[in-house]
Design a protein around this ligand. Structure first.
Ligand code: MD6
Ligand code: FE
Length: 199
């Protein structure tokens, strides 16, 4: 993808059943919801979190919060199969010792998209981000650290993992509107897990 960023095709494939089971358990406690941006738009992507910290947005801004604002309770613990996969993927990409404390779970239905953004709410920008794609394929837009540069497009399919750090850490990126389709495990959905060291 770029210096500091690696594409691990199919890396999560053999864990898909365990991951989907764990996602269901998390979502039973912390349901997917459509957050509102500081600008007042409702996001088309449904979001939940697990781990010590969860990424949330509302009219007052973006932040990592130890509590789910819907329930007032801590986010569900990070399932062992999540943390283990993230650690192995990071190591494979050259980032040894990755211990994520936050996992954002994004759910896309046909038409849902994520506009170009930088991930810069994390305290320690030297840790990588590990991103796991499940279900319907998506077009991932990946630019540079300047919003005005036209992004490259990459197809992300079920089981693909992107590890992203170093000089790519502040690249602008997004997801094009999800095309409709039918996935054997996830039907008409895509789920993305992004693991971070946020605190
Ligand atoms: C997604 N991913 O693939 C959204 N951010 O659904 C992200 O926003 C992202 O995949 C930072 C690093 C990797 C990512
Ligand atoms: Fe991002």
């Amino acid at each position: 993808l770029a210096p500091g960023a690696a594409m691990l095709r199919g890396f999560a494939r053999e864990d898909d059943a365990a991951l989907l089971q764990a996602i269901e358990t998390v979502a039973a406690q912390a349901p997917f919801r459509h957050l509102v941006t500081p600008g007042g738009y409702t996001m088309s992507v449904g979001m939940s979190n697990c781990g010590k910290l969860g990424w949330v947005s509302d009219r007052s801004g973006y932040r990592y919060d130890p509590l789910d604002p819907l329930s007032g309770q801590p986010w569900p613990a990070m399932p062992a199969c999540f943390a283990d996969l993230a650690r192995r993927a990071a190591a494979q990409a050259g980032y040894e010792g990755f211990r994520p404390d936050a996992c954002l779970i994004n759910r896309y239905e046909p038409g849902a998209r994520l506009s170009l953004h930088q991930d810069r709410d994390e305290k320690d920008l030297s840790a990588p981000i590990v991103s796991v794609s499940l279900g319907l394929p998506a077009v991932f837009l990946f630019g540079t650290d300047r919003r005005s540069n036209k992004p490259q497009r990459y197809r992300l399919a079920h089981g693909d993992v992107v590890v992203w750090g170093g000089s790519a850490r502040l690249a602008y990126h997004g997801v094009a509107p999800l095309a409709d389709g039918e996935h054997p495990l996830l039907r008409r959905r895509r789920i993305n897990l992004t693991f971070r060291r946020a605190g």
